[in-house]
Design a protein around this ligand. Structure first.
Ligand code: SAH
Length: 259
């Protein structure tokens, strides 16, 4: 394979969970790898694309349960490549969104290891698709912000709440469920309306996908009581109004849709 010689590393996006959301390129790279280092959120069906002789190494991290720290992962990847393996580093969603891709790219480049990135479908896209809604909304949600509400252990969330509290933005909050109370309180304090629509989406794209519709001031309660403990995303903003689709043609007739 010309784009995957021995001794190379590919950072590959595995998508949000549904194996059909894997790109064809990702599937080919996984099939070609001699070793696959994969995250906690990568499912068995995606891993089954690998050849039976490939080594599958779990290096997953889920908050509170770090099995390998980032430096160890960087070292494992580089060592495998220097030993002449074709290395896939498989990450949930898109590797460049809250995926520590920069550290791994830097580690490879520092030691002269060829490295490239294969993008994936990010969780926010899958969550919106599952809801049957759009993340942006003409005239109402002109801005889409991907933000993580994950603080370093022992540190407070340090986000620019003033700029996040934008009524024309859709916020896709990754790793946000544990910090839901902080997110709600700070956004309201920064001026975002208490009744701003919020949807919690868990396990987007998987058969276990669940949604919970709420509003910003009720989010802390919802995050504590609704849904399970799968990966979950908060989508916040007017585009998440249940009626957003119905309101799409305000004051217009629907004649242009008539067949
Ligand atoms: N690189 C990934 C994000 C990694 S951060 C991406 O592009 O999607 C991990 C966080 O992503 C989780 O805590 C959760 O907030 C979100 N996430 C990942 N997969 C998800 C899924 N299937 N459903 C809902 N949220 C998901």
């Amino acid at each position: 394979m010309t784009d995957f010689p021995d001794g190379m590393v590919w950072l590959v996006g595995a998508g949000p969970g549904d194996p059909e959301l894997l790109t064809r390129k990702a599937e080919r790279l996984i099939r070609t790898a001699t070793v696959v280092f994969y995250d906690a959120l990568v499912g068995p069906e995606v891993l089954s694309c690998a050849t039976p002789t490939a080594r599958l190494v779990h290096v997953g991290k889920r908050s509170g349960r770090h099995s390998k720290d980032q430096k160890t992962i960087d070292r494992l990847i580089v060592e495998a490549a220097l030993a002449g393996e074709r290395v896939v580093r498989l990450k949930g969603g898109d590797p460049s969104i809250f995926g520590r891709a920069t550290e791994e790219l830097a580690a490879c480049r520092a030691l002269g290891v060829a490295v490239a990135v294969c993008p994936g479908v990010t969780a926010a896209s899958a969550a919106a698709a599952g809801l049957g809604r759009s993340l942006t909304l003409r005239g109402l949600a002109r801005k889409l912000v991907f933000v993580t509400a994950h603080a370093r252990a022992g540190e407070a969330l340090d986000l620019d709440w003033k700029s996040l509290a934008d009524p024309e933005a859709t916020l896709a909050v990754y790793m946000g469920k544990a910090a839901a109370t902080d997110v709600s309180r700070n956004l309201i304090a920064a001026g975002l309306a208490a009744d701003t629509p919020v949807v919690l989406v868990e396990n987007a794209s998987l058969p276990t996908e669940q949604h919970f519709q709420t509003r910003l001031d009720l989010l802390p309660l919802a995050a504590r009581t609704a849904l399970g403990d799968g990966p979950a995303l908060l989508l916040i903003g007017q585009a998440m109004r249940e009626t957003a689709v119905l309101e799409c043609f305000p004051g217009e007739t629907l004649q242009h849709l008539a067949i």
